[in-house]
Write a protein that binds this ligand. Sequence first.
Ligand code: HEM
Length: 158
Amino acid sequence: MQDDLVGRAAHRADITARAERQMAAIGVDPAFIDRLVETFYGRIQSHANLGPVFESRLSGRWPEHLTKMKAFWASVGFKNGAYGGKPVQAHHGIAGVTEGLFIEWLVLFRQTLVDMEATEEAQAWFMATAERIARSLVLALFYNPALDDPARRAQPSG
Ligand code: HEM
């Protein structure tokens, strides 16, 4: 039992160490993630369309949001389990959020990575990850599977 737990902890530590090496090789360390999150959400706040939508939900809670987003990106990048939230639930019911805003979010994220002179590989990694999550959030928020139910489709007339 004890050996099992020790073995599992060692295995997790190996996975994290490998992920940290892989991220370091493309120029990403915890300090880069902190800087990226601070720069990106600073830009979000002054963005004409994204700013008010975030502010309506996060007014007075920005420091906690940034801490959570740093943990989120560290968790994905370094596989260290730092984040354990529920992103889909968190995005439900945000006033004014549209599918088009997700595109604007991704454009701003890419521009931030370019301006921070992230390596090509880091840009590719962050964008692939963000696009994957954006796609699943858009599906969860705006596409109702019930609408694709053939039983609910209008019968062709004539
Ligand atoms: C237009 C696009 C987006 C808007 C307006 C938006 C807005 C928000 C807001 C307001 C919150 C805070 C929710 C709360 O604490 O009450 C949040 C949390 C979060 N967002 Fe987004 N978001 C967008 C896109 C994305 C994308 C593309 C990602 C993927 C990288 C993402 C990842 C997250 C995560 C991980 C959280 C923390 C969820 C938790 O509480 O555990 N968001 N978002």
